[in-house]
Every structure is written in structure tokens, then in C-alpha cells.
Design a protein around this ligand. Structure first.
Ligand code: IVH
Length: 677
């Protein structure tokens, strides 16, 4: 185990305090629904305790979690596990993994006979499911490893663990029960709505929902098998594929012939982890051949033929910190969002000091207080968020959070009727910001309309919405500070030019909630005219790629609110049509009736990500160019990406694209394609 000597435990008292903290944290972690410290913190402290025990065997406490399944605190139950359900030893870097491989092969006396397997280490709870003649007979938690609790009642809540198998076999399947991200969110919503404190993290939520006899909210858990007894399979790969044939979801196992292949697969799991939609806190490496496993055997806590790899590819994505302050931000459209300042903590490998608290409704429902210990979670690639307060760890020093009585920006009245509070002035509250956004380079692109000018226009009441820009007169502008005849003429010229911007940019300038630059382009291409967009029903909007029912409803509502501004834009002579270029016409043909490859554009059918700087183009312009070439632009590299355009400073996206086998194109090559159309 890696131990940072800087934190070494120097005295018996310090050792005993560490053991007490570890025990308390494990007990909360395994048995209750709380989280006292993040996994990384627990692992580091346990490593220190183990190092202290090695250096001072006389200190060894019977309570020490080291060397025990579930840190020695798992709840024993009525179901005996035979053989016991073991834990796994951990390694924390490549060198330690290589050393483990050497140990395995030394114990075998020869290289492994069928290579190794690598699979994600799922962040949930171990369970054992016994099937008799193909029917699920009982389900038990791991408990203390020797005995566990009967949780058969929960089977109907677990996807991937059927009540009936495809064949009448008698087997014991062991694996992990966990929450998928989306299922966790909805279970937590239901739980809070039923008046209970929010779950701190998916793992503790899975524990709670598995053990509860009855639940008064929905909770869909998932299962993946990682071992099976009662099936005669010569390798782990074959055992897992048998599981799948029986109808059980099995771990995503990959066979690797050597250490290099193992490390490559580990890196892939690490990179893909953010996009999986469920928690993975490492990779598990196993000897593939059953015969090799039998030869190397197991210790009392863990098998010698398997190891959990928790290296730098897997930074912990849940941490515990303290909520210090709540800051109230007012968005462009007057929506108020609470943001928490926390004691700095590392989540997902980055130190963070601020995280979002969703909305006011969520804040009050979950009952946060200032000074609360809170869980911070980074789900996928999104911004870290403050998940829940650890209510049972309150000291009495916590103080209530003062919600704003008036809008923190304009001092106006608040609309508090929904979970998401809003300034009653809506867009007018953030008028200066809205106008600045609307005239920016990626929207109407009106040069010369900087902060100072917009402030004057708003303060003097000359502009009350975006459309007012187009009816500004020479006299009005001449009356402003620092605006001489030449600058006024230049500005009027710019405004006139902006009237012929394509619909996508005019729509974007309106700042419709839940639409940004690329969604505006998609909407404009789909509907081609503003009147069609305004007349669109929620169902019509849902037909656009990337728009689900919630977003469609928000957009429809926004368009009703913005209708007067849209009418003013039209009256002022602003273009409200998306020009149909040869490119978009051809892309549309391809979409609809699968045109022949001859009239296809270079990027037709491709999902393209632009990263780094493309000379002469802003990010938005580069994305527009991707779409002119027939592709659809996207912000992040995933399995769905077909092409990455790498400009200067493209950074980690290149490595990610390469690891996923995504083609990478240089900015020069991209520019050459653009020159051709
Ligand atoms: S194999 C005897 N494979 O991690 C070997 N365990 O920290 C049993 N876990 O107790 C474990 N994903 O609950 C194995 N793909 C995987 C796993 C996995 C998650 C859990 C399991 C185990 C714990 C050890």
C-alpha cells in the first residue's frame, strides 16, 4: 500500500484515534445511509494505520479495520456464506500492479495459463444470489463476509438479476448492486418528497434501498455479476458469458494476455468512466483460468488471484466537506441559483471550493444548514454539486441559511412559487447581461457595443429588450457619453448589418432558456423560419435532435414569453429566416432520404468535436463550419464522436479521442476542407 510518510502515525494515541475514526466511518458506510469520509480519505487513513501496525505490532487494536472484510463492521446476518464473501486487496499505481502480477506468477510457478481479465470495479454493495433449479431462492448482503442479511424482498427492485433464469440451474451468483446515475436522481427525489433526508451518494442510497423492507418511493437498482459458483467454466471470461446466457447482467470483462494489455484496458476504463452513468471506483484484475485461481488460493480477507486497481486513472468522485457560505447568483433570465462555498476538497481529481446547490427548492427540501458536513459529487463530466447534508453529524453549531427576500441583483420581488426561484422582472432584471450576450460575437455580432455603451442604453431607458437596439436613432446615440458622429455612424452601420444575420444567430441572441449556440443552430435549421418556431408545439420541438420533453416544454414557454420581442424584431426588419445553403440543403436531403454518397458533404453523418483554437474562427464559428460541412457539432468526446478537430491547445481531448479510436483531424486540414465549400 502507498503511504505518504508526511502523514505517518507517530504515536499510539494517534493510531488509536485513527482506528476509531476508520471504524466509525466504515460502520456508517456499510451499515447506515451516511458517509463520514470519502473513499480516498478512508483508503489513505487505513494505509497509515496498516503501516503503523507493521512498525509497531504491539499497538495492534482488535478494532483495527485492516485485514478485515468490510473493515470489520459489516452487519452479520442469518445467511451463511460458504465459501465466505471476500474483499479485495488494493494497489494504487502501475508499479504495485506489476508487483502483484509477479507475486501471482511466483505463487503459480509459471506464467498464468489463460491471461488476465480486467473489469470495472463497481461502486455498490456485494450481494450473493442463490438460484435453485433456475428460480431465485434468496438474496443476501455480504455482511461481515461469513454471514449476511437476507434481502430477498428487494429482488424485484433490481434490474439485471432476474427471478427466473433461462435454464433450470442451481448456482450462486455474486456481484454488485448499485444505482445508475439517473435512477439515483429519481430515487432521491422520491425520498425527499416522502419527507426523508436525501441520500448522500449513490452507494449509500443503494445500501439503504436494498435493505429497506418497504419503500415509499420508487428505486430501481442495478446488478452486475462478477463471480459464480456451481458452473463448471474453465475461465472467468466463460463463466461471465454463461451468466449472460442465463439472463443475468455480468460485469464488462475484457481478456488481456499480458500486463501491457491490462494497463491499456485500465486506462480505457478510466477514460470512459465519466460517461458510463454509474459509479466505478477502480478496475479489478483477475487471473482468468479457474485452475490458476485454485493454485494461488485466497487469504482470510481477500483472494490472491484478484486485485483492485485504484490508481490515478480513478480519482474519487465523491467527497465530504463543509458548507461555509451560500452565494446567490442571478442568471440572464432572472433565475436565482444558490452556489455553495465549501472547504476546499478534491473531487474527481480536481480541488474545488465552490459547487452548485441546484435550486432553492432542492436546498430547502434537503434541509441544508450553514456549517453542515455535505457530500460533494461530480457526476460524469458535469460541474461538481453539493448533494446532501450529513444530518446525523450535526454539532449544534450549524446555522440556518438565509434565503434572499428580494432579488439579489435588482432588489425586486421574487417569484418563489416553483423550486427554481426567479426575479419577477425576469429578463428585465438581467437586461444588461442579456443585451451584452445578444450583441456578442456569437449572436448578433454588433461590433462596438461594449459594456459601457450597453449600460448607458439600459440605464437611460433607451433599450428595454433586444429588439429596441434596431430602432435606436442617430440622435439618441449622439446623446450618449463618448459617442461622436463617427462612432455613431459606425455603430448604426453595424446594427444595420446585424439585421441580416441568419435566424440561428437572432434566435440565439434572444437567450431562450436551455438553448445555447449549437441548439439555436439546430432549431433554426429544423424550422427554417421564426414563425414556424413560434408556432411549434412541444411535440414539434421534441422532433429536434437533442430536445427531450422537459427542454421542449421550457422552450415552448419561453417562446410565448418572448413573442412581443419577436414581433418587434420583425417590425424592425430583422431577418427571421435561416438561409438554406447548398450545404444544409444537401445535409437535409441526406437526413431524410439517404442521398447517394456523391452529393454528401465531407462531414455528413459525423458527430464532430472541435477542441483548441482553429485560426481565425471562434469556437462557435468553428462549430457553424462543422455544420456547414454536414456534420453535427458536439462539445465532448465520447464513444459517439466520429471526429475530433484538434487546434492549438486541444489538450486532453486528443488523448481521449485516441483512446476511444476516434479519428483526429488537424486544424489545417479542417481549414482546407472549408476553403473548398
Ligand atoms: S471480485 C473474491 N469484481 O469490490 C473476489 N469485486 O473492494 C470478489 N467489487 O467485495 C470480488 N466490482 O463488492 C470483484 N468487478 C468486480 C467488482 C468487485 C466491485 C466490489 C466487491 C468487493 C469489493 C472489494
Amino acid at each position: 500500500m502507498s503511504v505518504n510518510p508526511a502523514y505517518g502515525i507517530a504515536s499510539r494515541e494517534a493510531y488509536e484515534a485513527a482506528v476509531a475514526r476508520l471504524r466509525e466511518a466504515s460502520s456508517a458506510y456499510y451499515n447506515a445511509e451516511a458517509l463520514l469520509m470519502g473513499d480516498a480519505e478512508w483508503d489513505a487513513l487505513a494505509a497509515e494505520a496498516a503501516a503503523a501496525e507493521l512498525a509497531h505490532p504491539e499497538w495492534l487494536s482488535p478494532d483495527s479495520p485492516t485485514g478485515k472484510v468490510a473493515g470489520g463492521v459489516g452487519v452479520a446476518g442469518t445467511i451463511r456464506h460458504e465459501p465466505p464473501m471476500l474483499s479485495l486487496d488494493n494497489v494504487y499505481d502501475h508499479a504495485e500492479l506489476v508487483a502483484w502480477v509477479t507475486r501471482v506468477e511466483r505463487a503459480l510457478g509459471h506464467p498464468v495459463t489463460a491471461g488476465y481479465t480486467v473489469e470495472p470495479k463497481l461502486d455498490g454493495l456485494a450481494v450473493a444470489a442463490r438460484y435453485v433449479d433456475g428460480r431465485l431462492d434468496r438474496l443476501a448482503t455480504r455482511g461481515d463476509g461469513s454471514t449476511g442479511e437476507d434481502v430477498t424482498h428487494a429482488v424485484s427492485r433490481i434490474g439485471g438479476l432476474p427471478a427466473q433464469l433461462a435454464e433450470p440451474v442451481t448456482v450462486e451468483v455474486r456481484g454488485e448492486v448499485f444505482f445508475r446515475e439517473s435512477d439515483f436522481e429519481s430515487a432521491n427525489e422520491g425520498r425527499v418528497a416522502s419527507g426523508k433526508p436525501a441520500f448522500a451518494a449513490p452507494r449509500s442510497a443503494a445500501a439503504g434501498c436494498l435493505r429497506a423492507e418497504t419503500l415509499n418511493h420508487d428505486a430501481l437498482l442495478s446488478f452486475a455479476a462478477y463471480s459464480v459458483m456451481g458452473i463448471d467454466a474453465p475461465t472467468h471470461m466463460e463463466a461471465m458469458s454463461r451468466m449472460r446466457m442465463l439472463g443475468i447482467t455480468a460485469a464488462d470483462v475484457t481478456a488481456c494476455t499480458d500486463t501491457t494489455a491490462v494497463l491499456t484496458r485500465i486506462a480505457e476504463i478510466g477514460t470512459g468512466r465519466a460517461l458510463l452513468g454509474y459509479g466505478v471506483d477502480g478496475a479489478v484484475v483477475k487471473a482468468n483460468a479457474a485452475a490458476d485461481r485454485d493454485t494461488v488460493g485466497s487469504g482470510s480477507r481477500a483472494p490472491r488471484w484478484a486485485i483492485a486497481y485504484k490508481g490515478p486513472e480513478f480519482p474519487a468522485d465523491v467527497a465530504v466537506s463543509r458548507l461555509v457560505e451560500v452565494l446567490w447568483q442571478v442568471g440572464r433570465t432572472g433565475v436565482i441559483t444558490p452556489r455553495g462555498r465549501i472547504e476546499p476538497v478534491t473531487v474527481g481529481g480536481v480541488e474545488i471550493a465552490y459547487a452548485t446547490l441546484h435550486n432553492v427548492g432542492d436546498l430547502t427540501r434537503k434541509g441544508f444548514m450553514l456549517g453542515d458536513k455535505v457530500t460533494i459529487r461530480r457526476a460524469g463530466e458535469v460541474i461538481p454539486r453539493i448533494e446532501a447534508p450529513l444530518v446525523d453529524q450535526r454539532t449544534g453549531e450549524e446555522t440556518p441559511i438565509q434565503e434572499p427576500a428580494v432579488c439579489p441583483r435588482c432588489g425586486g420581488d421574487l417569484d418563489t412559487t416553483e423550486a427554481r426561484w426567479r426575479c419577477r422582472r425576469g429578463r428585465a432584471c438581467g437586461l444588461r447581461e442579456s443585451i451584452r450576450y445578444g450583441v456578442s460575437r456569437d449572436c448578433l455580432d454588433i461590433e462596438g457595443m461594449g459594456d459601457a455603451l450597453v449600460t448607458q442604453l439600459v440605464d437611460r431607458g433607451l433599450v428595454a429588450d433586444l429588439a429596441d437596439i434596431f430602432t435606436l436613432t442617430r440622435e439618441q446615440l449622439l446623446g450618449l457619453d463618448r459617442m461622436g458622429g463617427t462612432s455613431v455612424d459606425k455603430l448604426l452601420d453595424q446594427i444595420e448589418r446585424a439585421k441580416s444575420q441568419p435566424l440561428s444567430r437572432v434566435f440565439c441572441a434572444l437567450g431562450v432558456l436551455q438553448t445555447g449556440r449549437s441548439m439555436s443552430r439546430r432549431l433554426a435549421r429544423h424550422f427554417t423560419r421564426m414563425d414556424a418556431l413560434v408556432a411549434a408545439t412541444v411535440a414539434d420541438l421534441e422532433a429536434v435532435d437533442g430536445i427531450g420533453p422537459t427542454r421542449a416544454a421550457v422552450i415552448a414557454e419561453e417562446l410565448v414569453e418572448l413573442a412581443p420581442v419577436i414581433v418587434k424584431l420583425q417590425t424592425a426588419g430583422v431577418n427571421l429566416v435561416e438561409p438554406v445553403t447548398a450545404a444544409s440543403a444537401s445535409a437535409a436531403t441526406n437526413d431524410e432520404d439517404g442521398a447517394t454518397p456523391d452529393n454528401r458533404l465531407p462531414f455528413t453523418g459525423l458527430t464532430v468535436v472541435v477542441s483548441g483554437t482553429v485560426p481565425g474562427l471562434s469556437r462557435n464559428e468553428a462549430n457553424e463550419a462543422v455544420e456547414r460541412l454536414g456534420g453535427s457539432s458536439s462539445g465532448s468526446v465520447s464513444k459517439k464522436t466520429n471526429l475530433l478537430i484538434a487546434g492549438d491547445g486541444a489538450g486532453s481531448k486528443v488523448a481521449k479521442a485516441e483512446s476511444l479510436g476516434v479519428r483526429v483531424m488537424s486544424a489545417d486540414e479542417f481549414a482546407a476542407l472549408l476553403a473548398d465549400i
